[in-house]
Design a protein around this ligand. Structure first.
Ligand SMILES: [Zn+2]
Length: 227
């Protein structure tokens, strides 16, 4: 039997979120012009489900919609220290497959209490957030703290209640977080702590999504001018 037919049938049986595959290992999600390159079809289905959920989240949380075609490549290897990457200006995401993520799983991760499939899905939300904010003007050379704030807030917001409880239990932050604590320096030196502080700060606003909107419009700035 033709292998491509088997894969097509498998995809059709697995997920209504996916249109017909353009080739054996590339499919287009039905929710938007997003292609997913994959090795295991179940991972492609999760990626398309993440896309659909993330687009709804963007709409309710002050983020621009995903307009440009985006490619999500589910890969088995990625440069050290990363589980996902967004290539600025190229509308291209690379994310490790769940099994490859497990191989570099770190007990110190802010997401260490979250199961790997849920984490994989949330990592796609994180990278899609970078795609959504790619064209937002920045008054400095880089607005990485802003962009990571938005990406982590969207990532944690995407978690189901059990996974969210696990994330919050790991973080142990029970005090008010000021905007000053969300600096680029903390983001670079302690990215897990930064993610935990982002979620605490987001939760402590009357309306966390309103703060996201302020970041997007440049009304709140958490990056700092270079000396
Ligand atoms: Zn990021």
């Amino acid at each position: 039997m033709d292998i491509s037919k088997i894969i097509t049938t498998l995809i059709a049986a697995t997920s209504p979120l996916i249109l017909q595959p353009a080739a054996a290992a590339v499919i287009t999600c039905s929710a938007a012009n997003v292609t997913v390159t994959y090795q295991q079809v179940e991972n492609a289905a999760i990626a398309c489900a993440a896309l659909q959920q993330t687009m709804a989240q963007f709409e309710t949380c002050g983020l621009p919609p995903l307009i440009n075609p985006i490619s999500i490549n589910i890969v088995e290897a990625l440069q050290a220290g990363y589980v996902g990457l967004y290539h600025l200006g190229k509308d291209k995401i690379e994310v490790l497959s769940p099994s490859a993520m497990l191989e570099r799983w770190n007990a110190d991760s802010a997401f260490s209490g979250v199961d790997i499939t849920t984490f994989f899905k949330s990592a796609i939300t994180h990278e899609l957030s970078h795609a959504a904010t790619d064209d937002i003007p920045c008054p400095f050379a880089s607005c990485m703290a802003r962009d990571e704030y938005i990406a982590y807030a969207m990532q944690v917001l995407s978690l189901d209640p059990d996974a969210l409880s696990a994330f919050e239990e790991t973080s142990h932050i029970d005090r008010l977080i000021s905007t000053d604590e969300l600096s680029p320096a903390i983001m670079f030196m302690a990215p897990n702590l930064f993610a935990q502080k982002v979620w605490a700060h987001f939760q402590q606003r009357d309306d966390g999504c309103a703060f996201i909107g302020q970041l997007v419009r440049g009304e709140s700035i958490i990056d700092i001018a270079p000396f």
